[in-house]
Design a protein around this ligand. Sequence first.
Ligand code: 6PG
Length: 258
Amino acid sequence: MNDTNVPNHNVLVFEESAELFASAAKRVIEIAGAAVEARGRFLFVLAGGETPKPLYRKLAQQDAGTSIPWQETHVFWGDERVVPPDDPQSNFGMAAQDLLHAVPLPRANVHRIPVELGATAAARAYARELQTMAAKGLAWPRFDLVLLGLGRDGHTASLFPGSTHPSRSAQATLAVTGSYDQRPTSRVTLTPPVFNSARNIFFLVTGQEKADILSRVFDRDESAVRFPARRINPSRGHVTWFVDRSAASKLEDQPLNN
Ligand code: 6PG
């Protein structure tokens, strides 16, 4: 494993993806335990897409005593596609199948984005749901850990390059349209200010097909700022990139310029 430190961002490069997911799972469990010890609950935002599946399966397998304290855990989603929960494209459905069905997480602690309401109403409803979990006077909770991925076009969650997103406003969620790999174009996403108030963010990026976009996102060139991943910069949190050797193959000498 190679470990490159850049301000606020820690980039971990792993030879093998098995090693990457084992390390990420270990770190998730540590953060969960510390959150419960400090604040009595662990607020965990899950990512969609294919990449996090091995992590979810690993977290589902942990033995008692070395796992997430599920009773005190609340799960959320960074984004959702507007499809039924049992559709293979559903981010909730994927996490339910690979993780949630296998763990003793109270049903009331699953905070799904209610996309059956339609994107706009779901975004509003989810913003209200986030507020119920927030400290008094705030619009959303400060999440303990957010998982994110990186699309080959540079999108993260459902924040697509070239689209405008609130950076400081109090808007917690957005209904968006974005097309990617023929996946549904109607989506709901959390906004950059919500991600940027988190305590920890993990980007999971694997495979040769991500090598180009990863090097572009990390490019010193200011134009890289057009990629939403570059706008994920928690002011009081840490970002860790879990990257495998293939995805990192074009990264040489290109630390994040934030
Ligand atoms: C989604 C995601 C999205 C994802 C990237 C990477 O719902 O599509 O949340 O941001 O993380 O598209 O997807 P893969 O892991 O499938 O490459």
